[in-house]
Design a protein around this ligand. Sequence first.
Ligand code: PLP
Length: 440
Amino acid sequence: SELEAQYERRFAGSARLYRRAIRLFPSGLTHDARYFAPFPIYAERASGAYKWDVDGHRLIDYWMGHGALLLGHGHPAVAQAVQTQLARGTHLGASHPLEVTWAELVQRLMPAAQRVRFTNSGTEATHLAMRLARAFTGRPRIVKFEGHFHGWHDYAAASAEPPPGIAREGAEATIVVPPNDPVALARVLESRQDVAAVIIEPGGGIWGEVPTTEAFVHAVRDLTLRHGVLLIFDEVVTGFRMAPGGAQEYYGIRPDLVCLGKILCGGLPGGAVAGRADVLDLLAFRDDPARDAREKVAHLGTFNANPLSAAAGIATLQEVATGRPTAIAAERADTLVRRLNEVLERRRVKGFVYGLSSWFHIHLGAEGRQDPQGRWWPVRPAPPGEDLAPHGLVQSLRRAMLLEGVDLMRNGGFLSTAHADQEIEATAQALDAALDRLER
Ligand code: PLP
């Protein structure tokens, strides 16, 4: 198509890199979510709300490190903290003071965090949380919701139709229940005695692609309490974003275990499990080798609580603790969502923009309805693993938006404190121009 031809011409340097990459990586990629036809853009550097590609184009960035950069790219306090630690060593092979300060900040921000254990990613955090829940309850199964993403390990990847290569035990240990349906969850918890925990993305599946109602999150807490089942909040996205204390603060709900990642580490790799002391203490040694071999939950990891991630995490969480970043990013996102919806309405384009906290999804071609507060919601949920809009349309919109200088994360993305009025206005104009391109 003409759009694709323009894209290929505009991003010629990325095309050249992609031709090398496809001889190295399957589909030329290092992360499934970065798939983009005919080729992804290659970014060279980033600052504030922007990234620059290898052809020198400046793009408004809505990936924001897959949602890890609430303070924007290269925030001075974060950059300074990392540089200071870099000079002191990247791995001390020891317990270190920064891990203590870092976990104290988590504990201060999240009342549920009686104990903390750092991991290397959000995937590792959900993996460990599920293991802890099974060990604590002595029950083998975890309930998850269809369309909710908890990383790529076998227990998280189980769904109604698990993809190839998933261990049968992983798929069978996970019970998949439709979201926003308390009756379906109640039925499972009433009929089975083998459920250790329920895990949920409290802000909605795939950062709100499948929105979760507040009433449902409360129902999940009530039902898990009633049936003596642990509740795991996967706050890898929502942690330190929906509120300084995450979705648990936003909804006023106390989960038993919390999975963290992304913002926790200020843009560097890492994650954590936090939660009830009696559950996390299954990780504790008793100096009794026989007991420890039998009862202690194992957890290792060369890069756990890496000092660089700790330094970036501390600098970020100190900012978060002021309350300003979550509030500013959410306010900017509200404005962006309103402005983008205005563009769609003015052009009489079918579709709507859904936003919550500081993320948004543009659902072109989908049917929405407005609630009394003016927020748009999908009328029907997206099919598992899919966007509300057809795949081709999501790709075309992204392509057109890139040509207009905006890098969407799939059909939307994350805002940061670096996204100001100027970037929001430019994004609304870009959507207008991108729709011109799609209609041509
Ligand atoms: N849980 C949620 C809700 C996520 O959004 C993600 C990643 O996007 C993960 C877990 C996995 O985290 P990571 O990519 O750090 O392994």
